[in-house]
Design a protein around this ligand. Sequence first.
Ligand SMILES: O=C(CO)COP(=O)(O)O
Length: 250
Amino acid sequence: MRKSVIAGNWKMNKSPSEAKVLVEALLPLAKESDVEVIIAPNFVSLPSVTAQVKGSKIKVAAQNMCAIESGAVTGETSVLMLKDIGVEAVILGHSERRQYFGETNEIVNKKIALALQHQLIPIYCVGETLEEREGGKFLAIIEQQVKEGLHNISATDMPKVIIAYEPVWAIGTGKVASGEQAEEVHAHIRRVLATLYSQSVADAVTIQYGGSVNPENVKELMAKPNIDGALVGGASLKADSFGALINYNK
Ligand SMILES: O=C(CO)COP(=O)(O)O
């Protein structure tokens, strides 16, 4: 059975000292949780946060990494550096990276392959814009993101990948996708995986929903058969709301 994973993407919020306070409050709340808990602080907080959560059930993710291992790439961060400090996962292809930094499915595909090569869990984000949804072609667009982003990823590696469906129109807008809207896309992603790999590989992949998830709407989303977790932005920045999310089933 696939894992339920709830992850907090802190984006460009929380200084290292603020991160320390938040993690301190999250540690006891995570202990009670029976889902897998991941937090993704900003790069400058990664060394202190990985040290702080050591031995707990919280895993730490980076919000991005370079597509190559090392070299003259000013301003980038290597998978080797992330591994060295105990980072276990990495968010890749987030719509903000696609929108502001020109990341394409092809670039993200290289990053996913490199992360897997170094045993880092890739959280691969896909999702359509409002225009694409209203144009009615959103399932085809998501299918293309899945196929291109996962190009040449083996059937053995695929169950290690987490896919996050994040409709761009739902991110930071308070406009959550309904359970039905999200389930339609999640089921489609799983069908695409079944055609690319096999039904058993598709069934093993955790697919998270992201976009205005909060303690009020998480239950409806998590009740859907193909929704296996959440990638949370705003509501992951406070211990009470993220604590409620990771214990939504209590
Ligand atoms: O982008 C997101 C997580 O990666 C979602 O952000 P919000 O939960 O703030 O809408």
